[in-house]
Design a protein around this ligand. Structure first.
Ligand code: COA
Length: 375
């Protein structure tokens, strides 16, 4: 059995940001136009008027201050309210593959690994821009990597589930150097006209290079163990799929509302927090690590209070900001990529022997944790 290590991470950050102030201004203009257009039906009680969004609510409820997006103008145009991304021809690189290439090249450079040495690419994300050929195979070709590649989707837990798959293959010898890449264009499956969730997501791509400990050259983290768990829930759901054509939810926006992100936010909060903290504690116990020995928690980045709860429950006290770093104030929820952004940006001051846990959670429900040790 070989020992897998993480020797490189890369983050592609889109060039455009949307602040809460910009977002709220666009939403409120849309809501006002909607209410004017439907004034008669609203007065007759047939349609509910749309209430305004607020910066204060967004920050207090989530901790989010801004988000990066692949297209700002479409999202902020009250007459459009979604990203307007040019449809590429089949002969051009896809947009997810292009984001992935940037993140992968950064991870490879950090690890000092040439793309030609990579023999496994997993594109693990919460949505893929097409059914096939796999985005991962396109990334493999653009990189000039060998071996094999495949896509997988475990929503917000895609990165940690992907790391488990890659680490297990490295241990078993079926792959030698793996890239787990998470291109997340969450702006494309967010309903920006829904006040309850329009502030939640942002776009980004992360990549993690995993190789055998005896081959790694760069500063690295040993993957001590991984643990994945799932439990079915409808509380975070997106019905988009190849068999779906018609509306099923009876919501007022249009006939595609249920083919985008939908959630029962309160239920998610209540149910996922205990699931995640119990999961991390059980994983640490099995690994023989007492919570006090944990130097860092790189958690999924959906909601600040949620992370504060998990951190308190795992450590038995309020974690120091450094122990449980958040990046969601800058990036918002970037689905599977969030914990990897946190890991990539907040690890440099750890010393040899320090132990941390990367943990993501979300739709499914799903929870994935990776216990790592700085070598
Ligand atoms: N601006 C102003 N008010 C808003 C608003 C907005 N953008 N969105 C909702 N509100 C209002 C609601 O209408 C509600 O009003 P009411 O009390 O008069 O009914 C009130 O604010 C509270 O809404 P609620 O949805 O209950 O807010 P919340 O405090 O539960 O926070 C979430 C909402 C989504 C931030 C929170 O539930 C959450 O983070 N859940 C987990 C999310 C998550 O991790 N999802 C996983 C995705 S991968």
């Amino acid at each position: 059995m070989h020992t897998p290590v993480i020797s490189g991470t890369g983050v592609f950050t889109p060039g455009e940001t949307i602040t809460n102030a910009e977002l709220v201004q666009a939403f409120n203009a849309y809501a006002e136009a909607f209410n004017t257009e439907h004034a008669t039906a609203i007065a007759a009680g047939e349609i509910e008027a749309k209430g305004p969004s607020s910066e204060d609510f967004i920050f207090k409820a989530s901790g989010i201050e801004q988000r990066y997006v692949m297209n700002k103008s479409g999202v902020l145009d009250p007459a459009i309210m979604h990203p307007t991304l040019r449809q590429r021809t089949d002969d051009e690189p896809g947009i997810m593959a292009e984001m992935a290439l940037d993140a992968c090249q950064k991870a490879l450079a950090q690890a000092g690994v040439d793309a030609s040495e990579v023999d496994l690419v997993i594109c693990a994300a919460s949505n893929h821009e097409r059914a096939y050929p796999a985005i991962a195979v396109e990334i493999q070709k653009l990189l000039g990597a060998g071996g094999f590649a495949f896509d997988m989707n475990v929503a917000c837990s895609s990165a940690t589930f992907g790391i488990q798959a890659a680490a297990d293959m490295l241990r078993a010898g079926s792959a030698r150097k793996a890239l787990v890449v998470n291109p997340e264009i969450c702006s494309g499956h967010l309903e920006w006209r829904d006040r309850d969730c329009h502030f939640i997501f942002g776009d980004v791509c992360t990549a993690t290079l995993i190789e055998r400990a005896d081959e790694a050259k760069a500063p690295r983290f040993k993957i001590r163990s991984t643990r994945c768990a799932t439990e079915f829930s409808n509380n975070i759901r997106n019905n988009n799929g190849f068999l779906r054509r018609t509306r099923t939810t009876g919501q007022d926006l249009d006939d595609r509302r249920d083919m985008q992100f939908m959630q029962e936010g309160r239920k998610v909060f209540k149910e996922v927090v205990p699931m995640v903290s119990a999961h991390i504690l059980a994983h640490l116990e099995a690994e023989g690590v007492v919570p006090d020995a944990l130097k860092r928690m790189w958690l999924h980045q959906a909601n600040k209070s949620m992370n504060d709860f998990v951190g308190r429950k795992v450590l038995g006290r309020t974690p120091e900001a450094e122990e449980q770093p958040n990046i969601l104030q800058d990036y918002a929820n970037t689905s599977s990529a969030g914990s990897i952004i946190a890991f990539s940006q907040h690890q440099s001051n750890l010393a040899a022997g320090d132990i941390g846990v990367i943990c993501s959670f979300g739709a499914g429900y799903s929870v994935g944790s990776v216990v790592v040790e700085r070598l």
